[in-house]
Write a protein that binds this ligand. Structure first.
Ligand code: FUB
Length: 449
């Protein structure tokens, strides 16, 4: 959810943001693909590309369509401020203003400036295909000023910049395979001839290379089509220039069939996070994608543990705010499902439906606060049931301790219904909502008081 109100921002500042949490996808009022996340100061900045439905002057209705870039920032991974458009195809001096080809970008901080790297189709004076440009700002949210020309000697897409411990910056991009070159101190020009990175899979599309370092290991990560759609793979090396050795798969192909995926990595308060995209808000058209975040873990030998994509996302969810059950951790095999609240307005989000006796949905890591602080004494459920239904609220699993029974009265319209808890709850708990009888019920959210 995007929060812009100054009051809420003030609330975040006062109450601290030590807890990091998010449900997937993280931005729900527009499409955000190819997410590059960076930690600048005490905030995470998200530089995604911006999928839009094709406008009338763009004939390729079945292809990627991107006219500009926004930047978002967050202190807790959940509440994102949209700082608006930072670069647009109509304001980059060398760009074709009607190409709608502003593909995967990156941004990096050096010498007090922020450098935003982006690919797009250039004006005919610069030839065909894609070129890569830079826009420069004094602040991570801009304003960014595009350079008058694209970077010389670079053709391709998906720029990524890595700055090594000695301060040397490297630019990686996708053209014929992956290329890498040193950047000059000004971050605007190459300082070496581009080299193609060898020893990577030759069969199947590869794009979106992203390099990061941890404990002296350099991870070259990228989406690759091994079968039909992209999965996230990686190779490791002992320098930014390699040599790299193929090492494994970070994330399998999207279960929803999204053709692309695209990754970046941050370490925040000693936890690694993977940013990637699926097509959650556009199930029927996979060129309208949405940013997701899941936690990333390493094995003792430095290899990456495969990340299973979740709806639940990361961190603990506050028990005293609406909990979107549709971003569940587990769901019963039958009788429970998730659907858009309004199929014509997908940005309105989802609801859960229970249609069979004892169908359940489990939502993990709900934070009720520590003992002595706030305690949950009752539950509120926003739901509707045409014939009336009873929901049981349990902890741990579908057979776990019963803490409340909520009677949803007959009615077609969603209403808020309250019920007492059998005993006050505190700490972090996994919550399970179970349909006691078989009467269908739809739930928007649950929350505790
Ligand atoms: O978003 C357009 C292209 O799709 C990106 O540049 C690729 O990495 C892929 O995600």
């Amino acid at each position: 959810m995007i929060i812009k109100s100054k009051l809420l921002m003030l609330g975040l500042a006062i109450f601290g943001t030590s807890s990091l949490f998010a449900q997937n996808p993280v931005i729900r009022d527009q499409f955000t693909a190819d997410p590059t996340a960076r930690v600048f100061g005490d905030k995470v900045y998200l530089y995604p590309s911006h999928d839009i439905p094709a406008p009338a002057d763009y004939p390729r209705k079945d292809w990627f369509c991107m006219a500009d870039y926004h930047v978002f920032s967050s202190e807790n991974l959940s509440d994102w401020t949209d700082h608006g458009v930072i670069v647009s195809q109509t304001t980059v001096p060398w760009a074709n203003p009607k190409a709608y080809s502003m593909w995967a970008p990156d941004c990096i901080h050096k010498n007090g400036k922020y450098y935003f790297y982006f690919p797009t189709a250039p004006d005919s004076a610069y030839g065909r295909g894609f070129a890569i440009g830079v826009a420069v700002a004094d602040n991570p949210a801009g304003p960014f000023v595009p350079q008058p020309k694209p970077i010389a000697n670079v053709r391709g897409i998906d720029p990524n910049v890595f700055i090594d411990k000695d301060g040397q910056a490297y630019l990686y991009w996708t053209g014929r395979g992956f290329s890498v070159a040193r950047l000059k101190e000004n971050m605007l020009e190459l300082d070496s001839e581009p080299q193609i990175i060898p020893n990577l899979p030759e069969k199947g599309l590869k794009e979106g290379s992203y390099l990061f370092e941890r404990n002296g290991i350099y991870y070259l990560t990228f989406p690759h089509v091994e079968n039909k759609t992209e999965r996230l793979e990686y190779a490791i090396g002992n320098s930014p220039l390699g040599p790299f050795k193929m090492t494994g798969v970070i994330m399998d192909e999207s279960p929803t069939g999204c053709w692309t995926n695209h990754q970046s990595f941050i370490n925040l308060k000693d936890q690694w996070y993977l940013f990637y995209h699926h097509n959650d808000l556009s199930p029927a058209f996979d060129k309208n994608r949405s940013t997701r975040i899941d936690s990333l873990f390493f094995n003792p030998d430095g290899t990456i543990r495969k990340v299973i994509p979740t709806l639940r996302g990361v961190g603990n969810t506050d028990a005293f705010k609406p909990i979107q059950l549709d971003r569940y951790s587990r769901i019963s095999e039958t009788g429970a499902s998730v659907a858009f609240i309004d199929t014509l307005h997908k940005f309105d989000g989802w609801k859960t439906s229970f249609t069979a006796k004892e169908a359940w949905i489990q939502y993990n890591a709900v934070d009720f606060g520590s003992k002595g602080n706030k305690k949950a004494k009752s539950i509120k459920v926003k739901a509707a049931s045409e014939n009336g239904a009873t929901l049981q609220i349990r902890v741990d699993n579908a057979n776990g301790k019963l803490i409340s029974e909520v009677k949803i009265p007959k009615g077609k319209v969603m209403n808020e219904v309250k019920a007492k808890l059998t005993s006050p709850l505190h700490g972090v708990n996994n919550m399970v909502v179970v349909l006691k009888d078989g009467n269908p019920v739809e739930v928007d959210w649950i929350s505790f008081e």
